[in-house]
Write a protein that binds this ligand. Structure first.
Ligand SMILES: NC(=O)c1ccc[n+]([C@@H]2O[C@H](COP(=O)([O-])OP(=O)(O)OC[C@H]3O[C@@H](n4cnc5c(N)ncnc54)[C@H](O)[C@@H]3O)[C@@H](O)[C@H]2O)c1
Length: 375
């Protein structure tokens, strides 16, 4: 036997840039990566974003004499499919781009940036891409990491790749046209971060969250909230970009939600499933004295104050238990469930049992139906 060891290190570097007036021709951000002389860009735009911005996008590239092929893509989880993936690859193949310095530009929500990111990861073994999130979920979460993917065979993100963008461009003005339910959907990821790692962010949400939701984060406190959430998210993602460490704080709210989200008749958005998970987890943490009554009440009052309506009819303890088992398998045999220890701190649990889940669901139903304080 003869073994030859091959070792190669590859540095991942990308910029997450906050900007405004992204589509004004004077703003160079969209063309700041890649060639601009005699250049082409393949641009994929979410269908609902195109309704508002297609003229501006077209004019932007015309102004800079960049030949752009602009393709619209329908948002929504049901479109995160292999058929849409191959349709995009066909479009791309009919508009050859230089594989090194003409990055694909993805303008849309988490579904679009996940699918386009996967196209970029696999087309000609990998081409650069730029992500421009237009939903809050994309802004604070989906666009700023390196995970791409599509759903397959009834499973979420079953096909995908870790593929870093060349750049992420954040312009919160896109959120102005986002429906309220999708604003709240993204807020769930901010709440997650606040509870599990950032007590200051939690206080900001308590003080300003409702107003920021109302203004679609166009107000000044809204910018502070967004900046802090992104900082926190990147702090967690950066040292563990490829998820070699399976105990991840950012998985708070992402254990029981997996089952809730994939249960077809529920039609919950990702963040909505995460929020239900957060509340069940909060009650498990309370029962274990990881959270005090006061802290637990603060969490519930924050959710109430932000204007969420909760539907507990989907909370079947058996489904949640099965989801935990599935995630345990995904996390290589240990539960590794992040749980709050006080607001802003985290501990990982490996011994949650079915009885605890059942009690937490019962308590959550009681809280929603009777609206009492947690004691
Ligand atoms: N890669 C990651 O790390 C990561 C992280 C979190 C979530 N995700 C994925 O993100 C997806 C959810 O993303 P999402 O919530 O953005 O969903 P989405 O992309 O489907 O967008 C939600 C809806 O908003 C519309 N829309 C988008 N921008 C708009 C705008 N500015 N104005 C009006 N309408 C607009 C879309 O057309 C769609 O109907 C899930 O598939 C989830 O798995 C990925």
């Amino acid at each position: 036997m003869h073994t030859r060891q091959v070792t190669y290190q590859h540095t991942i570097e990308y910029k997450v840039v906050t900007t405004s007036n992204l589509l004004q021709p004077q703003n160079w951000a969209l063309l700041s990566a890649g060639r601009i002389e005699d250049a082409r860009r393949f641009v994929v735009v979410d269908g609902n974003v195109a309704k508002h911005y297609s003229n501006e996008i077209r004019k932007y590239f015309e102004y800079h004499h960049v030949e752009a092929k602009i393709v619209t893509f329908p948002g929504g989880e049901e479109n995160k499919t292999i058929d849409h993936f191959t349709a995009l690859v066909r479009e791309l193949d009919s508009f050859p781009i230089h594989r090194r310095d003409e990055p694909i530009i993805a303008i849309g929500g988490g579904v679009l940036t996940d699918v386009v990111g996967f196209v970029a990861s696999s087309y000609r073994r990998g081409v650069p891409h730029i992500k421009v999130p237009t939903t809050l979920m994309g802004y604070v979460d989906a666009s700023i990491g390196i995970k791409t993917g599509i759903n397959f065979n009834g499973n979420k993100n079953r096909l995908g790749a870790f593929h870093a963008p060349q750049m992420v461009l954040l312009d919160k003005a896109f959120l102005k046209t986002l429906p309220k339910r999708h604003i709240l959907n993204g807020v769930c990821e901010i709440i997650k971060l606040a509870i599990i790692k950032d007590a200051e962010l939690f206080k900001l949400l308590e003080a300003q969250g409702a107003k920021s939701v109302e203004s679609h984060f166009q107000d000044e406190p809204g910018s502070t909230l967004l900046d802090r959430a992104i900082e926190g998210m990147l702090e967690e993602l950066q040292p563990n970009l490829f998820e070699e460490d399976l105990a991840r704080k950012v998985d708070f709210g992402h254990t029981f939600s997996y089952g809730l989200e994939t249960k077809h008749e529920a039609h919950l958005f990702h963040g909505e499933a995460v929020l239900l998970d957060i509340l069940v987890s909060t009650l498990i943490a309370k029962a274990r004295n990881l959270l005090s009554s006061e802290e637990t009440n603060r969490i519930f009052h924050l959710i109430e104050g932000l204007g969420f309506t909760l539907d507990t009819s989907v909370l079947d303890p058996e489904l949640l238990w099965n989801s935990l088992e599935e995630r345990t398998y995904h996390r290589n045999g240990l539960q590794r469930v992040p749980m709050p220890r006080g607001i802003g701190n985290c501990v990982f649990l490996n011994d949650i049992n079915a009885g605890e889940i059942e009690s937490a669901v019962k308590n959550l139903e009681d809280w929603i139906n009777v609206k009492h304080e947690i004691i």
